[in-house]
Design a protein around this ligand. Sequence first.
Ligand code: RP5
Length: 164
Amino acid sequence: MKKVAIVMGSDSDLPVVSAAAKQLDMLGIPYEARILSAHRTPYEVAEFARNARANGFGVIIACAGKAAHLAGAIAAQTTLPVIGVPIKSSTLDGLDALLSTVQMPQGIPVATVAIDGAANAALLAAQILSVEDKEIAAKLNEMRLEMAKSVVKKDESLGGKISY
Ligand code: RP5
């Protein structure tokens, strides 16, 4: 099975990024986490991204805050799919990271999820891997069914009324 890389710009991103690891663990998908910074360790970022395909990765999740160039810098060095997670780590509430991550120039795409959307990034990574992996596809289907069941249950317990 291909691995997922979870890369973050700083250890201060860990509280948000851990949701991606949890989601991948729930699906039984192997991952490797790295702290790599587009600005503070640019050479290490390039080396990681250039070798990622050969090192068995199928998807890269890149999480960064502020002037978030990590996902784009990685995407510039590999044709593996890159999912960007803008992190809310500044006075601008993550809008800075969202725009820095999502506004990629034509030719170098980054699939950007919501601000702090690490869990969805992991699910999207799983969906990408599920194209070739029936086991992951089955687990994703099961997860969707469970999610639907829990909403139906909540609807039933609401009983058509809102208490206030
Ligand atoms: C970004 O700058 C990191 O991804 C982090 O979200 C933000 C702040 O980093 P620290 O100053 O906390 O290391 O590169």
